[in-house]
Write a protein that binds this ligand. Structure first.
Ligand code: ZN
Length: 240
């Protein structure tokens, strides 16, 4: 599937998810609509330290397991609340904390001035913020250098940082492109994400074959020729 139009341009910046398009919170979640470009975090999100967060999540997750009727004295289950708490805070949701944001150093590189650089097939794992089950797939990034470049691994790290949050695919796309524009000091950036949503494949509609493509093109990438060159790199086809 080739994304010719950006689907993120229709994103609303409203923060209140209760009335957008007249939909209830349940309907919003099932349609995987996000309510804004920023992750909805509270002001006091990081007043609490990570260790305290893990202790509280451990306690609450044990309660969820208990309510489900699971025997937490069983050897196999005993360590699960702590494991889940550590995984949430230190791994799969570590991208919520601004301290974990990758620092990208710019390098002067006149050689690459005005040339397109494409890094494709960046594998990422994220989680749907409506169901807390995995979203996984590949991100493709392109930019045209204004004379400055960043290390290739930094592009990976930026993708992983924003993926490690409860997410909506459209927002993930926007957050990655915004950060790349800021770091690279250019508007000429493109991001395409092709991903599978476990909440679509393993539950709900149970479609195991569909993937979701989101794309955001900025600056020169909004021009047909540049966009076409970028898409030809990521899909191994000839530019139109
Ligand atoms: Zn979902």
């Amino acid at each position: 599937m080739k994304p010719n139009e950006t689907s993120s341009s229709t994103l609303s910046t409203e923060r209140n998810g209760y009335s957008r398009n007249g939909q209830s919170p349940q309907e919003l979640g099932d349609d995987h609509i996000s309510t804004g470009d920023e992750t909805p975090l509270r002001e006091d999100a990081f007043d609490m330290d990570d260790e305290t967060k893990m202790e509280l999540i451990e306690k609450h997750f044990a309660q969820i397991m208990h309510i489900l009727g699971l025997d937490l004295d069983d050897d196999s289950l005993r360590g699960t609340p702590r494991r889940v708490a550590k995984m949430y805070v230190q791994e799969i949701f570590s991208g919520l904390h601004p301290d974990n944001k990758p620092h990208a150093t710019l390098f002067e590189n006149q050689y690459r001035y005005n040339e397109m650089l494409v890094e494709k097939d960046i594998t990422f794992y994220s989680n749907c913020e409506h169901h807390f089950v995995p979203i996984f797939g590949r991100a493709h990034v392109g930019y045209i250098s204004n004379g400055k470049v960043i290390g290739l691994s930094k592009i990976n790290r930026i993708v992983q940082y924003f993926a490690k949050r409860p997410q909506v695919q459209e927002r993930l796309t926007v957050q990655i492109i915004n950060e790349l524009k800021r770091v690279l000091q250019t508007e000429d950036v493109a991001v395409v994400i092709d991903a599978k949503h476990m909440c679509v494949s393993s539950r709900g509609i149970q479609d195991d074959t569909s993937t979701t493509v989101t794309a955001k093109y900025s600056g020169k990438f909004q021009e047909e020729a540049t966009k076409s060159e970028f898409l030809s790199h990521i899909y191994n086809t000839q530019p139109k």
